[in-house]
Design a protein around this ligand. Sequence first.
Ligand code: SF4
Length: 334
Amino acid sequence: MVDLAAPRVLSDTEKQVLLASPRGYCAGVDRAVITVEKALDLYGAPVYVRKEIVHNKHVVDDLRRRGAIFVDELDQVPTGETVVFSAHGVAPAVHADAAVRGLKTIDATCPLVTKVHHEAVRFAREDYDIVLVGHAGHEEVEGTMGEAPDHIQLVEGPADVATLEVRDPKRVVWLSQTTLSVDETMATVDALRARFPELIDPPSDDICYATQNRQLAIKEIAVGVDLVIVVGSRNSSNTMRLVDVALESGAGAAHRVDDASEIREEWLDGVASVSVTSGASVPESLVEGVLSWLAERGYPDARAVTSAEESLVFALPPELRRDLKAAAAASSRA
Ligand code: SF4
């Protein structure tokens, strides 16, 4: 008699693995990680970093081994030392605090986060009420709100819209965190527009190209798939949104793992099709580890499905470029 409760044993020919592209490192993360690496080479260890440089456990552990010291606040950094600000950005008050403490700073804030800061400053200067869509407590949200604390209110979702109080419903603009789910954000914006029909949109998309591309890529290969594995850390907003998007797109199941060691064997029970992607702060070696893990269990080589090409590269922070140039000039004179 067939045991209907037992998982069906799949033949290897029934199995497939799809790999989302683009996935992994974005231009802002790449720049931030290289900034810390080059700062360590140039100034020597330790180099202090305020908060996690990017939200990935493996990246942070690796930099820590190489001499980076991660701190929560600037009072943990000795006077005169170098401190790097993370890709998520900081409020102006943090820059001011660093100056008072006599710290040398390198600002690795992603230029696309800085763009949102500039929008906040501009709309505050023009005396608009600004509604920021984002997650309370996220470092990026704290940094953006710190640019215009008297003008910005945070909403996390449509449920928060009813309680907003604004001075003039005709002068309300919305901005957003860069790493949100596009669909969820638009649901919040719809609720805002229902309440404030003359709501003003951001001058350009605040949800960044990398977040949007990774969501589109997983949407394409999550439909009807049995299992989606998203590589990335729990505190990575864009990683967590990839899990949400995969489930909303019709995946049978979607799980986040920091690396292959966190995949559970039982997730594969009866699973023929697996799609794999990774958040914007995830090194490719961790994805390769997941693919090897699947291969060891009879799954074939992954087939990449490319939905967009990315070529954006950001220049390193100007203060670091200046010091690198000076060091190169000094060594050529020696
Ligand atoms: Fe910049 Fe977007 Fe990457 Fe964040 S996810 S670091 S905003 S490119």
